[in-house]
Write a protein that binds this ligand. Structure first.
Ligand code: GUN
Ligand code: FE
Length: 465
């Protein structure tokens, strides 16, 4: 069972506060202050040094930022395979279907051993928190005990998570698959029960129903999972339209359905609570169907490039009114960092632009919007996380950029690679963070008001819990 949540101290966070106001606009408030209550909720926000506060807030803990530091909403990873983390960066020249057989199924099947699961899941949760990921939509494996352990680890470390037991009853090796649709359903229910007992109000951890993708599930399993999602009022996640061979296979396996998206729709897996990863090669009809159903898209640009799956036309989806967030898709994606993924999204959009569609180009602000507000919509947490407004929960990261000394020499590099010479606008500093930053710049991370990561070994961290 998860340790009981310790009572929090009321805290006032003072300093530059940066968040996304709209898809293309940052809100940069240089002298902000935010009061966070004992429940981790934002009680008040001011755009100037706070004055005339009631006694209870004067006596709260106050955290002041230094130069080149700012608060930013925690990142939301809308698609990550926790079990695949040991393979990050290991994919050679494979493409989706042979990558699954060569790299992925052998690794995932090793999670039958709980000691493997404990080591990998502890690391992936610690690492994603260090990257500022305050919410993650995880795929585990088919193993019930290991999936439950992932939920336990998220709860113990305080990461907000959607945890999904992978369902598949065909296509993978016989030793790594559900034997029957009813076994798939029963195992899924068992994980749901475990996660609900762990966090009965879903304050941080929620089960998510996870048919791997249409090729690896029989129609019976897809239908059972769609019905379960409806009965239990739960979100679902799967993959769609990632790769040409995969799409051809779906056509072969489900010949009576008009399209890949139509397969999910027919099985109750295309709803406002459905997260669809990749969605690269959708037809106009499929996009219209996804829009009509209110299903969401997880854009995974690092993975899409690494496995040469294709380039998502993010602008087109956004213009059509489809909600989009970012997914690292570890380990199709080589990075567990949503900041890196935002950079990949921006660069992917520029590759689309170079093919002739200038309007496709995403700005840094748009990458950050996808990483925060967009992601919040995708995982069903809009209004709770992704920004700093009264009533929302304090899921945040403290970002510190590095200065450059007068002599210009390389110093101890304790702040990481983002180099601020002085005189840069805050917009420029944010752009430098997106293009040249990494987890060394994320010095502290909070989820629902609780400090869940603090950078160790370097620098002066001024926060004392
Ligand atoms: N399609 C089915 N399974 C997977 C997976 O594990 N990763 C990716 N990227 N695509 C998939
Ligand atoms: Fe994936």
């Amino acid at each position: 069972p998860a340790p009981p949540r310790m009572a929090l101290r009321k805290t006032v966070f003072v300093g530059p506060v940066i968040q996304c106001k709209s898809l293309s606009e940052l809100d940069i408030c240089l002298h902000g202050a935010i009061g966070v209550d004992e429940n981790g909720k934002i009680a008040w926000v001011t755009r100037k040094q706070p004055a005339g506060l009631e006694k209870e807030w004067q006596e709260a803990r106050w955290i002041y930022l230094g130069e080149n530091e700012f608060f930013f909403p925690g990142f939301i990873d809308t698609h990550i395979h926790a079990s695949q983390y040991p393979n990050a960066g290991v994919f050679g020249k494979s493409t989706l279907m042979d990558w699954l057989d060569t790299y992925t199924f052998p690794l995932e099947s090793s999670f039958a051993d709980l000691s493997v699961a404990r080591r990998v899941y502890s690391r992936v949760v610690a690492r994603t928190l260090s990257h500022g990921t305050t919410t993650a939509a995880y795929y585990a494996t088919t193993h019930v005990p290991a999936t439950n352990l992932l939920a336990d680890i998220c709860a113990a470390r305080g990461q907000r998570a959607l945890v999904g037991r992978v369902c598949m009853d065909r296509l993978s090796p016989p030793t790594y698959r559900d034997e029957t649709p009813s076994a798939s359903l029963a195992a899924t229910k068992s994980c749901i029960a475990h996660i609900r007992a762990l966090d009965p109000t879903s304050s941080l951890i929620t089960p998510i129903i996870t048919p791997r993708f249409a090729p690896s599930c029989t129609a019976e399993t897809l239908s059972a999972l769609g019905a379960l999602a409806q009965q239990e009022n739960l979100p679902t996640q799967t993959h769609i339209s990632e790769n040409a061979s995969e799409i051809a296979l779906v056509r072969e396996l489900f010949p009576s359905h008009a399209s890949y998206a139509a397969v999910y729709d027919a099985h109750g897996l295309l709803t406002p609570r459905s997260i669809l990863a990749h969605a690269i090669h959708l037809s106009a009809e499929e996009r219209a169907l996804i829009k009509a159903r209110g299903a969401k898209v997880s854009h995974c640009p690092a993975s899409n490039a690494a496995l040469t799956s294709g380039r998502l036309r993010t602008r087109q989806l956004l213009d059509e009114g489809i909600d989009v967030g970012l997914g690292t898709d570890v380990s199709g994606g080589y990075t567990a960092s949503v900041l890196a993924e935002a950079r990949e999204a921006v660069l992917c959009s520029r590759h689309v632009a170079m093919e002739g569609d200038e309007t496709a180009k995403l700005a840094v602000e748009e990458g950050l919007w996808l990483a925060t507000r967009g992601g919040a919509r995708v995982v069903g947490l809009e209004g709770r996380v992704g920004g700093f407004e009264v009533g929302m929960e304090w899921d945040a990261q403290l970002v510190r950029l590095g200065g450059v000394g007068e002599d210009g020499e390389l110093g101890d590099e304790e702040e990481g690679l983002v180099e601020v010479f002085g005189g840069e606008s805050w917009e420029d500093k944010v752009a430098k963070w997106v293009y040249t930053g990494d987890d060394r710049n994320t010095v502290a991370v909070w989820v629902k008001g609780r400090l869940v990561h603090q950078r160790r070994g370097f620098g002066k961290v001024r926060i004392v819990e």
